[in-house]
Design a protein around this ligand. Structure first.
Ligand SMILES: [Zn+2]
Length: 122
């Protein structure tokens, strides 16, 4: 598990952009080079999410979304890792982490055991 903040997302934009759109021998698509140049001019340690979104033209590169509630949040905990796709298996916001803890709380486990007649889950 690890923390992923919106700043972490912003700090990774340029390297992700360069992996997604590597320079080719035949040149870039017309919009790739100018966008790369604008991104390279940004200070990712201090820029806003909006600065990056404006350069790229959409918000998909800067989203920090919870896998459960799908809200855009300032911080999530990343759980698990998908080697093939190089991303977390799940990203949970603090509210959904609290919800997950309630699902496996001692009280919830007692209720589950009582409703199942003390039998373990199949
Ligand atoms: Zn959530």
């Amino acid at each position: 598990m690890r923390l992923r903040t919106t700043r972490d997302v912003l700090l990774g934009v340029l390297s992700r952009w360069e992996r997604q759109y590597p320079r080719t021998r035949n040149g870039d698509y017309a919009w790739v080079g100018p966008t790369r140049a604008k991104l390279k001019a940004l200070d990712f340690a201090t820029c806003s999410k909006g600065d990056v979104d404006e350069i790229i033209g959409n918000t998909s590169w800067t989203e920090n979304q919870c896998s459960e509630c799908e809200k855009e949040v300032p911080a999530v905990v990343e759980i698990g890792w998908d080697e093939e796709n190089e991303c977390a298996l799940a990203r949970l916001c603090p509210a959904c982490v609290r919800g997950a803890l309630a699902v496996v709380s001692p009280e919830a486990l007692r209720r589950a055991r009582a409703s199942r007649g003390g039998q373990p889950r199949p």
